[in-house]
Design a protein. Sequence first.
Length: 132
Amino acid sequence: MNWKRFLNRSFFYFENGYRLMGYPLSVITFSTTVYYLLINNIIFLKEIFPEFRYFISTVIMLIPISIFIGYVYIKKLAWYREIFEISKERNPYMLYKISPVQFPLTESLIELLKMHDIDTSKIEKQLEESRK
């Protein structure tokens, strides 16, 4: 593996790992900051959340609500469909399993696989569906 490819892959893995690890850390940091700098200094909020653990339990109860809001956003609202439509306008080939640019390569691959007596029926079916 060459150096440039290694760096690109390392950045991709870092980005995904940081996203997966960073979200819980950011929630903890945000919750701690909000409680100790905001709620702790405002009297009526301090009466609602006298201790940090009550605030954290409220934040944890918001997780199912957030999941429901995400579900409604993706399944029920038109906003998510519009994002997909815009993406489709910018990159029309994302709809195909095999894009027209890949047809010659796929046909060559099928010939090579047939030479080695490997079943290519699924690939040929996808190729035909993509050509329609």
